[in-house]
Design a protein around this ligand. Structure first.
Ligand SMILES: C[S@@+](CC[C@H](N)C(=O)[O-])C[C@H]1O[C@@H](n2cnc3c(N)ncnc32)[C@H](O)[C@@H]1O
Ligand code: SF4
Ligand code: SF4
Length: 345
């Protein structure tokens, strides 16, 4: 699955901490006032961990690190600036950061902007609406803080994109937000159709104030707009024909792997679920091969050794061939994903 001749990309969940309570995020318990789900570990990698676990010799093989994750926001990690500085200024790695942008003071964002200035690294602000709507999904976010933080980052020379998930409550604001993004100096505006609504297009959640509310899917779809490009085409590189469909592994195509906040390495964030009651495809593949899950934790075994494990070169492809990995079939067989359109500004 991973090609030692090509440079790697990494998707790194550096922490599972977050300051917000977005109802469709897996960290959020929608039945209990949007508090963090039980079992969340509230952990992070500190600078000393990053320095030890990502040695410079290994980082020479790394082209890019995307800081995002399933359960947290990278900008909540205490040492996040120092880790970015090590990667960008000292090791020449390109960094991408996905954030809600509402934590910390503008001075911190200005410093980050100076670090990013003149490099290929960039930041995605995930802001789903304007002053009157963003908090309807991004529960707990203060609009004024995001605006001040983004302005500070951009003024210092950092490249920033504005990502905007469409809901029924904000779909009328797309053009206005796009104009605001242009005026604020964002490089691109990226509206997104979410693939997370169930059939029926509605979810209910208990708001932190204790009352039940609902979110509704947008009634306009990005791919209905003929001016918009279709999602990027998929090549047949590293594809396997499963029981009833072809699986094209995005992780293999990009030579990109995922590390969760506890240090477990998996091919991608979709298969990484370690909950024994709802095991992800990584756990299924480990069980099928009779291996120990702990052997895939970068805190216990060097990353370079983990990547050479035949779980990735042999076991995953065999299981795809047998059509027995449910998430792989869903995400890389049928293409059940978000649809994003990128508008350069
Ligand atoms: C768990 S978040 C981690 C990064 C950061 N906290 C953030 O929100 O950007 C992972 C990704 O899920 C996206 N996301 C959150 N809610 C979503 C939804 N309902 N549909 C699609 N993507 C969603 C976020 O925008 C982000 O890109
Ligand atoms: S900001 Fe990101 S990590 Fe935090 S709750 Fe929202 S989607 Fe989840
Ligand atoms: S879901 Fe499966 S097939 Fe798709 S990128 Fe992840 S490991 Fe590869």
């Amino acid at each position: 699955m991973f090609d030692a001749q090509r440079k790697n990309k990494i998707h790194w969940e550096i922490t599972d901490l977050c300051n917000l309570k977005c109802p469709m995020c897996p960290r959020t318990d929608t039945r209990n006032r949007c508090r963090p789900v039980k079992g969340l570990q509230h952990i992070q990698f500190f600078f000393k961990d990053a320095k030890k676990l990502m040695p410079e010799a290994f980082l020479k093989q790394v082209q890019r690190i995307d800081f995002c994750g399933n359960f947290g926001d990278p900008c909540m990690a205490r040492d996040f600036f120092d880790i970015c500085e090590m990667l960008i200024a000292r090791c020449g790695v390109t960094v991408m950061v996905s954030t809600n942008g509402s934590m910390r003071r503008p001075q911190w964002w200005e410093r980050l902007g100076r670090l990013f200035a003149g490099t290929p690294s960039w930041l995605e602000f995930h802001v789903d609406g304007l002053a009157d709507t963003n908090h309807l999904y991004r529960i707990g976010a203060r609009w004024e803080n995001i605006a001040a933080n983004a302005a500070a980052f951009i003024a210092a020379g950092g490249r920033a994109d504005w990502h905007f998930i469409l809901f029924k409550h904000n779909q009328h604001q797309v053009q206005q937000a796009r104009e605001m993004a242009r005026a604020m100096g964002f490089a691109a505006f990226v509206p997104t159709d979410t693939g997370r609504f169930p059939d029926g297009g509605k979810i209910a959640y208990m708001h932190p104030e204790g009352d039940w509310r609902s979110l509704e899917q947008a009634t306009v779809r990005l791919h209905d707009d003929p001016d918009n490009a279709a999602p990027a085409g998929r090549s047949s590189h590293r594809s396997m024909t499963g029981a009833d469909e072809t699986i094209v592994c995005t992780a293999a195509e990009k030579n990109r792997f995922f590390i969760d906040a506890a240090g477990y390495l998996a091919p991608c964030c979709w298969v990484s679920n370690r909950d024994p009651l709802r095991p992800g495809d990584m756990l299924r593949a480990i069980a099928a091969a009779g291996k120990d899950p702990e052997h895939f934790n970068i805190r216990r075994r060097p990353i370079a050794d983990i990547l050479k494990d035949d779980l990735f070169s042999r076991v995953f492809p065999q299981l795809w061939g047998a059509g027995s990995l449910a998430t792989c079939r869903k995400k890389c067989g049928r293409g059940h994903r978000n649809v994003k359109i990128r508008w350069e500004l």
